[in-house]
Structures are given as C-alpha cells and as structure tokens.
Design a protein around this ligand. Structure first.
Ligand code: ATP
Length: 328
C-alpha cells in the first residue's frame, strides 16, 4: 500500500437540490493532524461521513492509503470516528465500552482487556475501567470515547466536533491533550470544527470550507498571515478589510490584522480617527476606531491603565505597509 493516508478527488455530494459537497480535492498525509474548518452548513461533516463511508458520493473518489474505497462499506475502511455526543453505552462499564469494538471483531477476552487498559492509559484514565459513564465528568467521558476509537488501532481517526459539548476551560485542556495524544500514537487525525482558534492551535494543516468547497489549505501560520481570499481573512482571526483607495491611496482590497495597528507608533502608514468603543479584556484591550476618511477599524492593544479613557478621543493609527494583506 502507498499514497497519502487520504486522497479525495472531485468529491461531490448532493441531497436533493443542496450541493453539500461541491467538488473537493484533498490529500491528507500519513500521521498528519488535519482540520476541516468552516461555518455551519459548509460541508465539513458530510466530507467526514464520505471518508468514513456513512454516505456515498454523488461523484468523485475516496482513497485510503492508495486504495480506492469509494464503494466499500464503513467496516471495510481502516478508519474510526469519534462523534460529539460520545455515544457511550450507559449500562456498560468504561472498560467494556472501550473493548466493545474488539468484542465485535471476535478478539479474545484477555487480549480485549489488555488492549482496553492500554487505550485507557493512553488517555490518562487508568483505574477508571470499572466505572459507568454516568460516574465520569464530561471531559473523562470524551476521553473514553477517544480510547474506544483508538483501541482498534485504526490508521485514521475522524473526529466530528469532539470537544463541542465541553465548557471552555475543559475544551482548552482537551485541545492540548488531544494534540499530545495524536503525536504519541502517530495516527492520522481528521478533525472537524467551526472554531478557528481550535483549528489553528491543534493542526498541522487546515482546510477552510465555504459552501461545500475548499477555499484554502495551509498550515495555521500561513492561513493567518497569507489568507487566499476575503472569506478566509474574515473567518480565520479578526481582520479589518477595506478599499485601499480610501485609507492608503492605493487601489485594491486589503486586510489588516488588529494586532498590527499601533496608537501613534512606528510605521509608514497612518490614519486619523475617533475611538468609538473600548473593550477591556484583561490581557488586551480592543478599540473600535472610526477613521475620518475610511471605515471602522478594530485595534488590539496590550492593556495599559490609560486605555479605557480613550473613548471619544481623536487618535492617530499607525502600521507598517508590510503588514497589509492584498486580497485581490
Ligand atoms: P455544521 O458545522 O453545522 O455541522 P457542516 O459544515 O458540517 O455544518 P454539513 O453537515 O456537511 O455541514 O451540511 C452541509 C449541507 O448539506 C447543509 O446545507 C445541510 O443542511 C445539508 N445536509 C447535510 N446532510 C443532509 C441530509 N442527510 N439530507 C439533506 N441535507 C443534508
């Protein structure tokens, strides 16, 4: 077997008149942490289901490790899926939940238990095997779902918004854990999320979806620094988008990240405006500034005691022309 872990070619899926997936080509490398990011309804989950085999495409092919599996049922594909709602069996112990997939495959009791224990160790739930899912916290239940997906040692793990049900703090902890786990087990992860920060912090590469198509595939830093379209610039991070003629006397559409703007600091570009809003957020303060000649700009500044007093004040914004991203 050879080829990338996953190759999607000309993939389409229609539900009646809805083109949920509208011509997707993607290659995902072996051992990669790959995220599919996009707003609700952009087709991410449908692509995941096409990879798993829960849906069959209207057109196009799905290859796993160089083998065309487009017409094969889910159980003949070397992938496992982790869903947002975990879908644990409430009446079974944690250990039996994790071992379930092995039992279905006819693995003997002793090996089943050994491998389930090992999978529980890998998600740091050693010693929890005898409990029922109801006796665990949300984060622990999510880790049981992961262990259950890992126990079959699949080549590819598909994760559909697996952290969506967790509160923010737990979610951030699990992001770090999941990334570490992926590195440790070396399995290809395909991760669906609509949370841009989550995608940026965890992934080797990210595909940004819009309307059933891929707008851009890139490493997180490249996605943020060099967005390929106005959509990507707006969806990944906050961006000030404006017509260059208004603000800098150049034609074209530009994006400028809020943290690249300073208050009367260095930079070869400058614009005068008035502060409309000041939002204090601890580590930083966000200013909304209405330019005298031009649009409203968001500015992110490291917090300083005097900043809240700026509301209503006239200010001069400065930035470097090298931080402007041309969007046409
Ligand atoms: P979300 O983040 O909300 O899960 P998504 O990006 O994963 O969104 P999909 O679930 O792939 O998007 O849906 C893409 C489009 O296809 C949507 O317009 C959705 O309503 C439609 N769709 C998905 N599944 C079906 C189905 N079984 N029948 C009809 N339409 C569907």
């Amino acid at each position: 077997m050879s080829g990338p872990a996953i190759r999607l070619t000309g993939l389409r899926k229609s539900f009646g008149v809805v083109n949920a997936v509208d011509g997707v080509d993607l290659e995902i490398a072996d051992g990669e942490f790959f995220s599919m990011l996009g707003p609700s309804g952009s087709g991410k989950t449908t692509v995941l289901r096409l990879i798993a085999g829960f849906e069959s495409p209207t057109a196009g092919t799905v290859e796993l490790a160089g083998v065309d599996v487009t017409r094969r049922p889910p159980y003949e594909r070397d992938v496992n899926t982790v869903f947002q709602d975990y879908a644990l069996f409430p009446h079974m112990s944690v250990l039996d939940n994790v071992a379930y997939g092995l039992r279905v495959r006819g693995t003997g009791r002793r090996e089943r238990h050994e491998r389930a224990e090992e999978a529980l160790r890998s998600v740091r739930l050693e010693g929890y095997g005898a409990r029922r899912p109801a006796q665990l916290s949300g984060g622990q239940r999510q880790r049981v779902a992961l262990a259950r997906a890992l126990v079959n040692r699949p080549k590819v793990l598909l994760l559909d918004e697996p952290l969506g049900a967790l509160d923010l703090k737990l979610r951030e902890e699990m992001q770090v854990e999941l990334k570490a786990l992926q590195r440790q087990v070396g399995i290809t992860f395909v991760f669906v999320t609509h949370d841009q920060e989550e995608a940026l912090t965890m992934s080797d590469r990210v595909a940004v979806f819009s309307g059933g198509r891929v707008e851009q595939v890139a490493a997180p830093a490249e996605l943020y620094e060099r967005p390929a379209s106005p959509f990507v610039a707006g969806f990944v991070g906050t961006s000030n988008q404006f017509a260059g003629a208004d603000v800098i006397g150049r034609s074209g559409t530009f994006s400028l990240r809020p943290e690249k703007i300073r208050l009367d600091g260095d930079g070869d570009c400058a614009a005068a405006g008035k502060v409309a809003e000041v939002v204090y957020a601890g580590a930083f303060t966000r200013l909304v500034v209405d330019l005298d000649a031009g649009p409203r700009m968001v500015v992110l500044l490291t917090s300083a005691p005097g900043l809240p007093a700026l509301r209503g004040q006239a200010v001069r914004l400065t930035w470097s022309s090298s931080d402007l991203i041309a969007l046409d």
